[in-house]
Ligand binder design. Sequence first.
Ligand code: HQG
Length: 182
Amino acid sequence: MADRLTETSKFLSYVLRHQPQAIGLALDSEGWAGVDALIAAAAANGRALDRDLIRAVVDTSDKKRFAISPDGDRIRAVQGHSTAEVAIAYAPAEPPEQLFHGTATRFLASIRAEGLIAGSRHHVHLSPDIETATAVGRRHGQSVVLTVAAGAMHRQGFVFHRADNGVWLTKMVPPEFLGEAQ
Ligand code: HQG
C-alpha cells in the first residue's frame, strides 16, 4: 500500500505540477483540476485512480504536497510547479530573518557565481529549518545547506511567499545574500 501511495503521489506531482497535458488534463491558473476530470484522464491513460486513493495520498503526503478544495471536488499541488498553465497568485509574506536552502556540493560553484535560480520551476524553494534543507539537498547528492538572508532581501524589496505546506518561495536569490550554514 505504501508503494501504491508513493507511486500515485509521484504521478500526481507529475500531472499537477509539470505535465498535465501528458494525460490531457487542464489546470486552471491557480493549479486546480477537477477530481473527476483527473480520475477520467488518468483512466484514459491506463491508470486507475479513485477518490479514496487520492484522498489517502493527500492525507499521508509527508510534505503536504497537495490540497483538496473544501467541497472535495478539486485538487492541486500547493507548490513546485513548472507548467506554464499555472501561475498561483501567492500572497506576499514577510519571511523570517533567515531561511535555508539545501543543495548538492557539486552546484556550489555555480550558485556562488550566479545565486540561486529557479531553473525549470517557477520559484526558488527555501526551507524554514536546517533539517528540512538537508533532506532537500540530499535528493541531489552530497548535501550542503546555505543560509539565505531573507529579512535583508525583503527589506530591499524582494518578494517572498509561503506555500500552504510551509515552503518559502522567491524568484531568485543573489549571491550576496547567501552564506554557508554551520
Ligand atoms: C540548484 C522538493 C546550479 C538548487 C523539495 C537545486 C523542495 C543551482 C536544483 C522542492 C543554481 C534545483 C524543490 C545555480 C539553484 N547553479 N544549481 N545557480 N540555483 N540550483 O528540485 O530546491 O518532494 O528544482 O540548489 O522538498 O531541490 O518535490 O529544487 O539543487 O521543496 O515535493 O538547482 O522539491 O519537494 O532542484 O527542491 P529542484 P529544490 P517535493
